[in-house]
Design a binder for this molecule. Sequence first.
Ligand code: C5P
Length: 243
Amino acid sequence: MSSTQANDTAIDPRDRLIVALDLPSVAEAEAMVARLGDHVSFYKIGMELTYAGGLPLAERLIGSGKKVFIDLKLHDIPNTVERAARQIARLGASFLTVHAYPQSMKAALAGVAGSKLKLLAVTVMTSYDDADLAAAGYSLGVKELVSRRALQARDAGIHGLILSPEETESIRALVGPGMALVTPGIRPAGTAIGDQKRIMTPARAIAGGADHLVVGRPVTEAADPVAVADAIVADIAAAQAQR
Ligand code: C5P
């Protein structure tokens, strides 16, 4: 058995699939949620949908029994981050992202104190390579900076990390069993890769120690979204039973 989260077996395989509602309007997002029905229990609402009126939708989803991940990647002066996190905590969502800067993580933790909202830290955006970090003024490379920020997140008391599925095994070994590892870049065998570069199937990502998988277009752009979601959950269940 590989090292996974301490409460690993307590997570229903269906709750491990988070469908990214990367759609341009609330009406289209609502239509997708209606179509997926009981087959999907967890949704991610990012910047695009938030700026199109997605937060009231988040509240409606939560009211109807769904879990919601608000992906707004907070980073600002501590006072602003703390107040923003406190507002989002009122929605009743499960996860919120914050950039893994010590000041922002500390402030976001203060903002969500007393709520059930859990924070996920974004270490280094996966669109950055070593040259992009150097251009932005950093002396560390991606690998070193991801490791440093993962440890800073853990030591600050952050609940989990967003990372590429290729990083789950090494980061799990680094941070230990307590943090939730959440991975985008998931592609079921046979689906279009799109603009993702470092991808993995659901089964391999779970076997590698991921706790939740974020999947967008393979579900939302499928001819039969329900069938794809069910197949992913079945893959997750099989891989979970083996680890
Ligand atoms: O459609 P697809 O499955 O590629 O969607 C993946 C989701 O995960 C998108 O909402 C994207 O913004 C998000 N994400 C990502 N890579 C990261 C962080 C977030 O693809 N490093």
